[in-house]
Design a protein around this ligand. Sequence first.
Ligand SMILES: [Zn+2]
Length: 342
Amino acid sequence: MKAARFHEYGGPDVLRYEDAPDPVPGPGEALVRVRACGVNHVDLDRRAGISGFPHDLPFILGYEMAGDVVALPAGVASPPVGARVLVPYIIPCRRCVYCRTGRDNICAHSQRYGGTRPGGYAELVAVPADELIALPPGLSYEEAAATQLAFGTAWHMLLARGRLAVGETVLVNAAGSGIGSAAVQIAKLVGARVIASAGSDAKLARALALGADHVVNYRTADMARAVLDLTGGRGVDLVFEHVGGELFGHALRCLAVDGRIAICGAHGGGSVALDLLEVFRRQVQIIGSRIYTRQELLTVLELVGEGRLRPVVHAVLPLAEAAEAHRMLERREQFGKVILRP
Ligand SMILES: [Zn+2]
């Protein structure tokens, strides 16, 4: 098969579009022809060798796949050969205490595509057959690939972890990203008021088009002051934060008393200054959030299939241009997801 692999860590140019051995399905595993694969910022970190996770080289990146079933293991008939399917990024063990209590997102023994297993920057991938999810009719491979991490992660973080409720106000940081644009839509769907922040006016205009009630440019404005002005001096009930660095400090100042800040990323810097006096005096909750459960993935896929949530695809590139896809993310010019098509 063809794949985009890297044999050494480095810049985008270490990604080589080349022949690679076909994956050999293990017991109970189906073979899936990948039709679309999402590109995520963490792919860039893995390729550069700064993710903190070692890889067996050469390695195939790619978390978010949609494609067709081309072969099934003995004794398995569903989903049938030819079915259009989504490949869940995480394969939980289904046995640990987290899996047995509905928290398979934090499974202690999970396997992950593009992390612990070869991912979707390839024409073929082996997947446990009972993990495959049928695509809703009418949803394209590209839209399906753009759904999983953005909407799944945003759903878990806003609703399960952040406990966003009808009538509350939420600040969605970096609303131009895949996950940010998903969060704006989910927050509106559940009846919250949304303030979206981004670093460019073009991205803010797109956030407004997705339903954001107010926008703040955090590069040109004092974000906390602007958010306090928009909320009558009270601040927001929840901050959806995935940037870190300086923006985290500004986001804390946007919180109402008894507010929550939920976090699922920190590409702008993982170590931040934190005044503990402020945390307890203002009764602030800082909440970590990690991807999504299988049930949450099924829910968002259904809502996307019904057109109630809309994945935002910035660009679709052939797999041979994986390096250019990485450059696009490095330039931070995208609004929504960049998708590779093997
Ligand atoms: Zn488990």
